[in-house]
Write a protein that binds this ligand. Structure first.
Ligand SMILES: [Zn+2]
Length: 307
């Protein structure tokens, strides 16, 4: 069902975009929204906010993505989820002269005790929906009990400035979002999940190399950001390259100290990658005759996350 977006709806929507999420491109887009596409599948409702004259929305794809979402919320069928999908074209991109913030990197947020999920970029939205829903899975999400000791140890080991946002829980959520997203792609397109995982590992290595090279340009080569990029890209990359070993130490719920130890233990390869002068390949993937490749300055977390 399609409805008109009145100013009351727009104002109410805007109230959620405060602090780090007060991103100019997104706020400007919200002001241009004319329509909302509503769809409900079982306990999951989606509201796609868009501009009728300027944006094209693929309804079939939205239905497919909601059915995926339903599968991953299997154990919380009594909970209603409302996904607010703001279809803005705002891109996730590197900034070379200014510090990287939520404006460059983040795509969504949710409140673990509430029902609403907000996603404010079109880019990567199929995977971001999985990521946000996983924050509601108590066996996977452990965001309520972060250990400062583990965080400080990681910051010292990787030379990360104390004012940086670093949430290890996001590494685990993003890793599971990646695995689940790839398993849907593998099933729907009849592809080998190991091959998909391998290409995503290559993509993660490429993005990590770019981040490390950027870190080299920072004062005292110390990393600093306001958007948790080490957790989303670098720690996840370390785990992806050692995925078999990782599952031998993983538990439900996970043990944060064990994950921290694992990342530090396997960080040598990262330090080798940092020394590497030659840029790793920016991988591409052909699917249904269409070539997928992210622009080199993209800060998307995955290559295949739009499928
Ligand atoms: Zn998250």
């Amino acid at each position: 069902m399609n409805i008109n977006a009145n100013s009351e709806i727009i104002q109410a929507l805007k109230t959620h975009f405060k602090g780090i999420y007060k991103i100019p491109e997104v706020i400007n887009y919200i002001d241009e929204i004319t329509d909302i596409y509503l769809y409900k599948y079982e306990n999951i409702e989606i509201r796609v906010y868009y501009r009728k004259e300027k944006d094209e929305i693929n309804i079939q794809k939205i239905h497919k993505i909601l059915k995926r979402a339903y599968q991953i919320t299997n154990n919380c069928k009594n909970k209603l989820f409302i996904i607010h999908l703001i279809f803005s074209p705002a891109k996730k991109e590197f900034h070379y002269k200014k510090m990287i913030t939520a404006r460059n990197v983040n795509s969504g947020f949710t409140y673990a005790r509430g029902n609403d999920i907000f996603i404010f970029r079109r880019e990567e939205y199929p995977k971001v929906i999985i990521h946000e829903l996983l924050h509601h899975q108590e066996l996977i999400d452990q965001s309520l009990f972060p250990s400062t000791k583990d965080k400080n140890e990681l910051m010292n080991h990787f030379n990360i400035n104390k004012n940086t946002i670093l949430i290890l829980n996001e590494t685990i959520i993003e890793l599971w979002a990646l695995i689940m997203h790839l398993s849907f792609i593998a099933t729907e397109y009849k592809l080998d999940i190991n091959e998909l995982f391998e290409i995503e590992t290559k993509y993660s290595i490429y993005k990590s190399w770019q981040i490390l090279k950027l870190q080299d340009t920072y004062k005292d080569k110390q990393w600093c950001d306001k958007c948790n990029i080490y957790a989303y890209i670098i720690f996840k990359m370390i785990i992806m390259t050692k995925i078999k070993e990782f599952f031998s130490i993983y538990s439900f719920p996970y043990n944060q100290t064990k994950i921290k130890d694992f990342i530090i233990k396997h960080s040598n390869e990262l330090f080798d990658l940092r020394k590497r002068e030659k840029e790793p390949v920016n991988p591409e993937f052909i699917i249904n005759g269409q070539k997928l490749q992210r622009p080199s300055n993209s800060l998307c977390f995955m290559l295949l996350s739009d499928l």
